[in-house]
Design a protein around this ligand. Structure first.
Ligand code: MG
Length: 367
């Protein structure tokens, strides 16, 4: 089997809530997502998606994702998409770094591999555990009262895990955590995600003020070293996200006992191939994982579901369903949230069929 053509689509994904706000006053109203279609000489077609959380979150931006794919695509024409690792090594040899630009291509190749094998991608990523897996709901940064109201509403819808967007001024963040913690019931999970937003002295005030609250602290500060310092001053369970951007940092974090949970975003690691490697390494080291991506629609959500559903349940801290946050559906067959849980498709590959009328004319087509 050979890749014959690569097409790139741009799609806008507005939010049901109107906007999504997190640390440092950053916000997004319409996500700029990129869908990649990989065609083969045997008629099998695969799809992948990459959607940065705006241009100021990780070192990734939407136009860069598309430009990266156009730089890589001419080199993978003629290659076998089911040779996943040789293909990843080839991508690295023609474009160093830029993992997010490779992610959608890698996901599309897993989609093809699954279709060729007649198996859902989760089977190829290790196998399906149980009927479904739990989701968290991200709570956009607002006043403490408004965030508590959102948590109450999403709790009614079935979510039991809540990730508060904090990382603003410490006094208000302490109020946010306390306001929501008061609503938590047995079995609920509360995460305060600062998304790198606190300086160390601010993070120290927050972790000190919530030492008696059953709350996880996620990525309090910008750098790994700052986060490690806070980690060593708090006994709250600790999640690292933005600074764990590859296997080397994962190993370093483990050596330093810097975290209890790692947030694995598929595009941060460069696709399902390396996200699976990170997931499997975490499992072998006794570290729990959040499985998600920076953002996305139906195709990203399908990829997340396959990786999450193939993660041992005791290691899967939580996962997410981005397609329920956005107003546009880009694919049929994508997993749909059922209360606070979701399941990967049982169809071969990702199990999705893109809505070509929604994707529109391609942004770019290979020669
Ligand atoms: Mg996070």
């Amino acid at each position: 089997m050979k890749i014959t053509r690569v097409l790139v689509y741009q799609v806008d994904l507005p939010l049901h809530e109107g906007s999504y706000k997190w640390s440092g006053g950053k916000s997004v109203e319409v996500f700029d997502s990129t869908v990649v279609r990989v065609e083969t000489d045997e008629g099998v077609v695969g799809h992948g998606e990459v959607c940065p959380l705006g241009p100021a979150y990780l070192p990734a931006y939407a136009a860069g994702a598309r430009e990266g794919v156009t730089a890589i695509a001419p080199h993978i024409i003629g290659q076998d998409p089911t040779d996943i690792m040789p293909l990843n090594r080839l991508m690295e040899s023609v474009l160093k770094g830029h993992p997010y630009a490779k992610s959608a291509i890698d996901i599309a190749c897993w989609d093809i591999l699954g279709q060729v094998a007649g198996q859902p991608v989760c089977k190829l990523l290790g196998g399906r555990y149980g009927d479904d897996f739990p989701l968290y709901r991200a709570i956009s940064q607002e006043s403490p009262e408004a965030m508590a109201g959102k948590v109450a509403g999403y709790r009614e819808e079935g979510y039991r895990k809540f990730q508060l967007k904090v990382g603003a001024d410490p006094e208000t963040d302490i109020e946010r955590i306390h306001a929501v913690a008061a609503l938590m019931q047995k079995g609920d999970v509360l995460i305060a995600d600062a998304n790198t937003g606190w300086l160390k002295h601010q993070a120290m005030r927050v972790v000190g003020a919530v030492r008696d609250v059953d709350v996880y602290i996620e990525q309090p500060c910008l750098t790994y070293e700052e986060c490690l310092s806070i980690r060593r001053h708090t006994d709250r369970p600790f999640v690292l996200d933005e600074c764990i951007d590859g296997i080397a940092m994962l190993n370093r974090g483990h050596a330093d006992q810097a975290m209890d949970v790692v947030n694995i975003k598929i595009s941060k690691f460069g696709g399902l191939t390396y996200a699976k490697l990170a997931r499997d390494l975490c499992v072998s080291l006794g570290i729990a994982v959040t499985i998600e991506d920076s953002w996305g629609g139906d195709i990203t959500t399908a990829a997340i579901a396959h990786l999450a559903h193939s993660t041992p349940p005791e290691f899967l801290f939580t996962s997410t369903d981005f397609n329920s946050y956005v107003t546009v559906s880009t694919a049929e067959g994508a997993p749909q949230r059922d209360g606070g849980n979701m399941a990967a498709s049982r169809e071969p590959g990702l199990g999705i069929q893109p809505r070509m009328n929604v994707l529109g004319d391609p942004h770019w087509v290979s020669e």
